[in-house]
Each structure stands twice: as structure tokens, then as C-alpha cells.
Design a protein around this ligand. Structure first.
Ligand SMILES: *[C@@H]1O[C@H](CO)[C@@H](O)[C@H](O)[C@H]1NC(C)=O
Ligand SMILES: *[C@@H]1O[C@H](CO)[C@@H](O)[C@H](O)[C@H]1NC(C)=O
Ligand SMILES: *[C@@H]1O[C@H](CO)[C@@H](O)[C@H](O)[C@H]1NC(C)=O
Ligand SMILES: *[C@@H]1O[C@H](CO)[C@@H](O)[C@H](O)[C@H]1NC(C)=O
Ligand SMILES: *[C@@H]1O[C@H](CO)[C@@H](O)[C@H](O)[C@H]1NC(C)=O
Ligand SMILES: *[C@@H]1O[C@H](CO)[C@@H](O)[C@H](O)[C@H]1NC(C)=O
Length: 479
């Protein structure tokens, strides 16, 4: 039914009966207002796109038009990882969407990415969030290939539905396990010669190469004071992190690896968020803590560490589901990460760093960034991988490793290789960088989308001051 209607509408559109085409195809998905949201001047849409000819699988999306001049701003797809986690729940409501849940209402996020682009959040694959398969057998086996194929079908169908975005500059962004989804989808788009104007990809704390990424964890935990010298030594002599990760996926630990895990867990304790080792954790009494935090939030920019719990409560409200045109199919409730999918964990070992290389060579701009407080996929492993890739591609460094700024403070460090490959850290940011460093993340995103270099301080007086201070300190130490 929907595809036939769309065909008819496309013909009508050629005959320039434009209003009808647009009205009819998107009207049903337009969000009047989300419960508890402040008034805004941009459009929001949400709904389903079928990705299967027999209409068995439908993917749920939330689309937020740019705050100003949406017709001249690019289209950006965002994907969270997992595998199995929700881009709407995590990406939109905890990271860089226009609103964050707070008690019974939504507060405006002043650093939302729709200040810069039209943002499309996709829950993928089917079985994640509100996306579903009516045939439950689909959930028994999933892998990167299936995910990428469904994602590209989604994208083509979505662009048929929103034809005004068809020739728009297009970017794919995401984090964590989307270090697989994003390059794989980009690669698919290039190979399929789909008429999609892919300009670049940006991935945060991405899984790119199993051994390098996971083994970087040990040194990170040790150098940040979360484990002792003796325990760090065990990673080098008894059982390393890639072995632990592999065994955890197989559901069985050898006694020596189990011993290392016990030691590590004992030393780190239960009250550290491994996705941001400096951040406080959300304490069990969600309600009371978030209430207290919200009061603080009135005048300060304090991070609500309970935002994920609040998102779960918000997206499970019936009125919210109604406003989003979402349905619960084959699940009891919406959850941030799916527990019904059986993803092929062997796929974690498939390196995607090589795909980044072919994208760069095809002229797709690639930004890899890291929240530097993440111990799960630490920046150290990522930096090594990108540096190694640049050498393989024989790309010269065009911007030497140096700090970049947001306002007058250092927002992180960056290195650029050739024209199309850059690496950046975000200082003080989590695995979900925009969650704990929203402003710095927006500055990075903006520079990337506009193809501009990251901001620096070119005020000489300030530099001179800093330099003087360093000299002064070293004198203090030695006298
Ligand atoms: C289509 O959109 C136009 C402009 O927003 C509006 O005036 C018109 O009423 C809409 N048509 C329908 C059928 O909703
Ligand atoms: C459901 O999916 C499974 C696995 O993909 C397939 O073998 C089966 O034929 C499907 N059932 C129906 C009714 O389509
Ligand atoms: C991790 O341990 C495995 C098995 O002993 C070994 O093959 C691999 O080289 C180790 N990796 C690192 C980085 O130590
Ligand atoms: C970078 O991208 C441009 C197109 O934007 C392309 O011409 C160039 O060859 C790419 N650079 C490298 C080193 O592949
Ligand atoms: C990289 O730098 C070397 C040495 O400066 C130079 O010879 C070479 O042409 C550069 N390569 C590119 C692609 O700019
Ligand atoms: C830098 O500091 C030195 C010593 O305090 C001072 O003489 C010089 O004028 C400063 N330069 C700038 C550009 O502010």
C-alpha cells in the first residue's frame, strides 16, 4: 500500500502538484507536540518505514528539522551502537536531540545538533526500541550485513517519503558499535551507486579493530588510577582484555581470566561509570536525585547523570508513544538496549578501520573523535588506529597534533591527515560525548559539517600568559 501511494505521489510531484505530494507523504508522521515539550519553531516527525517487501519489518525514526533554515542545511543520520541500542533514546534524548527529559517534562537542549543540521535518528536493526519484525524468527539471527542492508533500504524509502532531502548534502554519524554500522552503510551507499549525496561520516569512540580497541582498556584503567600496578601486570602476563571480551561473548571464562576479572572489578568497584570514569553515577533513587539535579540545573549547566533512566520512563509513557506514532510490537516495553536480539558477536572482530581507508580514498570526509574519559573504547586505541591508517594511506599530517578550543578553554586535541581524515579528542567527555560535553561536542560537529578547521586561540596575549605561567610553575618546583 504505502509504496504504491508513494509512486503515485512522485508522479504528481513531477506534474508540480508539489503541496499534495509533501502533505500526503509526511502528514501522518508529523509530531504535533511531544508531551511536556517547550514551544519550538522547527518541525518534528516520527514513524515507521517498512524495510521488507512482505511488510514484516519496519524501522522507527525520529526526525528533527534544523532550528533555522532547514532547507539549506544538510541531512545527518545518527546511529547508536550496542549492538542493539536505541538512537532515539540514547542519541536524541540523552545526547544531542532538541530536548532532554526531566521529571514530567522536556527541557530544551541548548547544544542540540539540529542547530546545525536536519537530524534523523534511526532505531536499527528491527528489534531495537520501537522498530520491529512481526515475524519473531528474525530476532534469532542478526549481523552487520543484515543491519546494513535494512539501513540502506530504510534510507532510500525515507528519501522517497521526504523527497526535498534527496539531493541534500548527507552525513552519517554515530558512536560505539556504530563504528561498524556507519562505515558499512557508507560503503554500501558508494557501492550501490545510490543517488545519495554522501559527503562524510563522523564516529565517536567507535569499535574499529577488536584487539587494539579492547586491549587499550587495561592501560587506560591503570593510568587513570582505577586499578593497581599489580593488577595491571596481570593483563600483560595472565589474561588480556581482548581475551576477556572474547570469552565473555562465548559465555565462558577460563579460570585465569576469571581471576583477572575478579581483581579488576574488586578494585574499580561498583560506583564508577566505565563510560566516563570521572562522572558521578546515577544513584538508585532516580526520582529524588534527578529532582535535586533539576533544581541545580536552573542556574548551572550541571549534567543530569540520571537522564537515561528518565528517558526510559518518558518513552514508556502511553501519551508519548502516541505523540511519536510508535507502537510496541513483540515487546512489553521500550528499552534503551534490546534484550531480544541475537546478534552475531563474531562480527565484533571484523575490522572496520579498513573501510575508513576506502572511504577516505573515495573522497568521503572521515572524522573519528573520542570522549577522553571513556574506558570502554579509550581514545588511546582509536588514536593509534587512525595514525596507523594514515601511514598506510600515505597521508601527510596537515594539522599537527594540537589543542582545539571551545570559548577560551581547551576542548580537546586534534590531528588532521591529508584532506579527508581527522582525529579529535573531546576533553572531559564520556563514551557518549555529547551527554557530558554538549557544548564542545556541538563545536566539533559544526566544524565537521561546515568543513572548517577546529577553532583555536589566536590571541597571542593569552598564549603568552599561559607560557609565562608554565615557566613560573617550573621555577616553583625547583626552588
Ligand atoms: C497541506 O499543507 C498546506 C500548507 O501547509 C495546508 O495549507 C493544507 O491544508 C494541507 N493539506 C492537507 C490536506 O492537510
Ligand atoms: C519468519 O522468518 C524466518 C527466518 O527469517 C523464515 O524462515 C520464515 O519463513 C518466516 N515466516 C514467515 C511466516 O514469513
Ligand atoms: C592477548 O592475549 C592473546 C592470547 O594470549 C595474545 O595472542 C595477544 O597477543 C595478546 N594481546 C596483547 C595486546 O597483549
Ligand atoms: C580527498 O577527497 C577529495 C575529494 O573531496 C579527493 O579528490 C581526494 O583524492 C581525497 N584525498 C585522498 C588522499 O584520497
Ligand atoms: C608528503 O610529504 C612529503 C615530504 O614532505 C612530500 O614529498 C609528499 O609529496 C607529500 N605527499 C602528499 C600527498 O602531499
Ligand atoms: C609576552 O610576555 C612578555 C614578558 O612578559 C612581554 O614583554 C611581551 O610583550 C608579551 N607579548 C605579547 C604579545 O603579549
Amino acid at each position: 500500500m504505502p509504496s504504491q501511494a508513494c509512486l503515485l505521489l512522485t508522479i504528481l510531484q513531477l506534474m508540480q502538484i508539489y503541496m499534495i505530494a509533501i502533505n500526503c507523504s509526511i502528514e501522518a508522521d508529523k509530531i504535533a507536540s511531544l508531551p511536556g515539550q517547550p514551544q519550538v519553531n522547527f518541525n518534528q516527525f516520527a514513524g515507521y518505514i517498512s524495510v521488507d517487501d512482505n511488510q514484516q519489518r519496519s524501522l522507527f525514526y525520529y526526525f528533527v528539522e534544523a532550528e533555522v533554515e532547514p532547507t539549506s542545511k544538510p541531512l545527518v543520520l545518527w546511529l547508536n551502537g550496542g549492538p542493539g541500542c536505541s538512537s532515539v533514546g540514547a542519541g536524541a534524548f540523552c545526547e544531542h536531540g532538541p530536548f532532554k527529559p526531566s521529571g514530567n517534562h522536556l527541557v530544551k537542549n541548548h547544544y542540540s545538533w539540529n542547530k546545525e543540521a536536519n537530524m534523523l535518528y534511526l532505531e536499527s536493526p528491527a528489534g531495537v526500541g520501537f522498530s520491529f519484525s512481526t515475524n519473531k524468527s528474525f530476532y534469532t539471527y542478526l549481523d552487520d550485513g543484515i543491519t546494513a542492508r535494512d539501513n540502506i533500504v530504510f534510507l532510500k524509502q525515507w528519501l522517497n517519503k521526504y523527497p526535498q532531502y534527496k539531493n541534500r548534502d548527507f552525513y552519517i554519524t554515530g558512536e560505539s558499535y556504530a563504528g561498524h554500522y556507519v562505515p558499512q552503510l557508507a560503503d554500501h551507499i558508494l557501492k550501490s551507486k545510490a543517488k545519495i549525496n554522501l559527503k562524510g561520516i563522523a564516529i565517536g569512540n567507535p569499535l574499529l579493530e577488536f584487539n587494539t580497541d579492547f586491549n587499550a582498556r587495561a592501560e587506560y584503567l591503570w593510568s587513570h588510577g582505577l586499578i593497581s600496578d599489580a593488577t595491571y601486570e596481570l593483563f600483560n602476563t595472565v589474561c588480556n582484555f581482548s581475551q576477556i571480551r572474547r570469552q565473555s561473548q562465548q559465555g565462558h571464562f577460563t579460570p585465569s581470566c576469571a581471576h583477572v576479572i575478579t581483581r579488576v572489578n574488586g578494585e574499580i568497584g561498583h560506583f564508577i561509570d566505565s563510560y566516563d570514569v570521572t562522572l558521578d553515577v546515577c544513584l538508585p533513587s532516580v526520582q529524588s536525585q534527578s529532582k535535586a539535579l533539576n533544581q541545580l540545573q536552573e542556574d548551572s549547566e550541571k549534567i543530569d547523570v540520571c537522564v537515561e533512566d528518565e528517558t526510559v520512563l518518558y518513552l514508556n509513557r502511553e501519551d508519548v508513544r502516541g505523540a511519536l506514532h510508535a507502537r510496541l510490537i513483540n515487546v512489553e516495553q521500550w528499552s534503551i538496549c534490546s534484550d531480544i536480539l541475537h546478534y552475531n558477536y563474531q562480527n565484533l572482530e571484523v575490522p572496520t578501520i579498513t573501510i575508513l581507508g576506502s572511504l577516505v580514498k573515495s573522497g568521503v570526509r572521515v572524522l573519528v573523535y573520542s570522549g577522553d574519559q571513556d574506558s570502554v573504547i579509550p581514545f588511546t586505541g582509536t588514536r593509534t588506529l587512525i595514525d596507523r591508517l594514515a601511514k598506510e594511506l600515505r597521508l601527510n599530517t596537515t594539522v599537527a597534533y594540537s589543542s582545539w578550543f571551545e570559548g577560551k578553554q581547551v576542548a580537546g586535541w586534534t590531528q588532521v591527515y591529508g584532506d579527508n581524515l581527522s582525529f579529535a579528542t573531546i576533553r572531559g567527555a564520556a563514551h557518549e560525548a555529547p551527554f557530558s560535553q554538549p557544548e564542545r561536542s556541538l563545536v566539533l560537529f559544526r566544524s565537521f559539517i561546515r568543513g572548517q578547521p577546529l577553532p583555536r586561540i589566536d590571541n597571542l596575549a593569552t598564549r603568552n600568559n599561559t607560557l609565562t605561567r608554565l615557566v613560573y610553575h617550573s621555577q616553583l618546583f625547583y626552588t
